[in-house]
Design a protein around this ligand. Structure first.
Ligand SMILES: [Zn+2]
Length: 255
């Protein structure tokens, strides 16, 4: 990895049912200074350490939506980070509904009694398309509301130093917002639960990648316990000519 290149690391690739090889879907963007965590289904102290990262160095946490398979680990992760001596602020992002529920959850855990808790800077994302959620020296991160069962955001992450970007659909039906987020991206990471309400089939994900003119498509949040999932890539290739992969835990995409 050159000094300018960033990396997207798939920490988990399963839909709501994890398996021995697949944790629930969550991602880490690794930059020179920034460590951007996208969702937190489990306490990530040990999983991050196992992958060689200091969990206290996470700079930004984006909660895409308040479903348990995406956010259930936030409270123990914050608690462990506090007890491990974290001092530097953590920037937390989410839609209004997501953050409202997050704050309710933390009240149940009585976080006001966590003496000396590091600052958690809460940033509310408006339900606007291509909203610039934040910009650091290296990254620009854009969010758009997508079409899931509850309020959810998809993301576009641009490495300003290389000019390359990666988009993540999060949980959604096929939608124009993701076509826009993924326009010209090096990779689109698209959910592929199947053709259910609030979700997307592999063929539909391929169609979105084709319309976005993405270079590659990685299917994620697929039913890893389903015996037919090995056909998912071939199904996506029926609608998309670029590179198609089934994201696995540990997959790294440089950009
Ligand atoms: Zn969901």
């Amino acid at each position: 990895m050159s000094d300018l290149t960033a990396e997207l690391l798939v920490l988990g690739s399963a839909s709501a049912i994890p398996t021995l090889e697949h944790e629930n879907t969550h991602l880490l963007v690794v930059g020179k200074e920034d460590l951007i965590l996208i969702d937190c289904p489990n306490n990530l102290v040990v999983p991050l350490q196992k992958r060689g990262f200091d969990p206290l160095k996470v700079t930004h946490l984006i909660l895409t939506h308040f479903h348990a398979d995406h956010v259930a680990g936030v409270a123990p992760f914050l608690m462990s980070s506090w007890l491990m001596g974290r001092r530097q602020p953590l920037h937390l992002y989410g839609l209004e509904e997501t953050l409202w529920r997050f704050e309710k959850m933390m009240e149940l855990f009585q976080w006001e009694t966590w003496n000396g808790l590091f600052p958690i800077e809460i940033h509310r994302l408006p339900p606007q398309r291509m909203y610039l959620a934040f910009q650091s020296e290296q990254f620009e991160v854009y969010s758009s509301p997508v079409h899931h069962l509850i309020d959810t955001v998809g993301l576009r992450i641009r490495n300003r130093w290389t000019g390359e970007c990666i988009a993540y659909s999060c949980d959604t039906e096929p939608c124009e917002e993701v076509v826009e987020l993924a326009q010209g991206c090096k990779a689109l990471i698209h959910e592929a639960v199947g053709a259910y309400r609030g979700h997307t089939s592999p063929q539909q994900a391929g169609e979105i990648a084709r319309r976005a003119e993405a270079q590659s498509l990685y299917l994620i949040h697929y039913p890893s316990e389903n015996e037919q999932v090995h056909t998912w890539e071939a199904l996506a290739r029926t609608t998309f000519d670029g590179v198609v992969g089934l994201a696995q835990d540990g997959l790294k995409i440089p950009f």
